[in-house]
Design a binder for this molecule. Structure first.
Ligand code: ATP
Ligand code: MG
Length: 211
């Protein structure tokens, strides 16, 4: 931004995740959120040290960051932040939302984009009430959790915050990073589940190969 350019109010989407690896489920959800909610941009934030995945081995932050960069490079509205990769300690959404808020013009809005499964776990996240007061949540449908069930669960789990949630119907893609890692480990194809550049990177770096 140049000195003379005024800062402006914007609607920013943050897409958090482990992205180990990023796949079309993530990209479809982020794009649908951008279009339906008129977001100016969506920033993917690969988690540095996910609190809910401690004890599980995850790929280095650098590899996950690079794959995410490759995956979003052809969308001018998408970007990737290394904010959580660089931060010491566990990665908490509240810290990330606050850091972004600090850089935005007053009046800007942050929409935290999640899939249905992650959305239903927000109450277990650090300072979840503060988080819900600082940003709104877009919950994208994900195979296995119907739209009606998602609405019911949000009302049950977050009775005081139901107005902070928006349910977003996205084309159902039964793709998960877990399945992709399993496929690679078993030597099965992952073509068309994620961007080709990411598939090539996984191959080149020999990620997800057991042994
Ligand atoms: P893993 O199997 O390792 O948990 P994942 O596929 O669930 O991986 P994450 O990085 O855990 O991917 O997810 C990041 C965010 O994207 C979460 O909010 C998750 O709910 C959402 N998400 C992941 N896959 C999909 C999908 N196919 N459709 C909609 N949302 C998705
Ligand atoms: Mg997941």
């Amino acid at each position: 931004m140049t000195m003379s350019e005024p800062e402006r109010v914007e609607r920013l989407g943050l897409m958090g995740g482990t992205f180990d690896p990023i796949h079309y489920g993530h990209l479809v959800a982020a794009e649908a959120a951008r279009v339906d909610f008129g977001l100016d941009r969506v920033i993917f934030v690969p988690s540095g040290h996910p609190p809910h995945k401690t004890g599980k081995s995850i790929t280095s932050g650098w590899d996950r960051f690079v794959m995410t960069m490759m995956a979003v490079s052809d969308n001018p509205y998408f970007d990737v932040s290394d904010i959580e990769i660089k931060r010491e300690g566990l990665s908490f959404a509240i810290d990330t939302v606050r850091e972004f808020k600090y850089t935005l013009e007053v009046g800007s809005e942050i929409y935290f984009i999640t899939g249905a499964d992650a959305c239903l776990e927000i109450f277990s996240w650090k300072d979840s009430k503060q988080l819900l007061s600082e940003c709104k949540v877009i919950a994208a449908t994900r195979p296995g959790i119907s739209r009606a069930h998602l609405r019911e669960e949000i009302a049950r789990l977050y009775p005081d915050f139901a107005d902070r949630f928006f349910v977003l119907e996205v084309p159902a893609l039964a793709i998960s990073s877990t399945d992709i890692r399993t496929r690679v480990g078993e030597g099965r194809s992952i073509r068309y589940l994620l961007p080709e550049s990411v598939r090539q990177y996984i191959k080149r770096r020999r990620l997800y190969r057991s042994g």
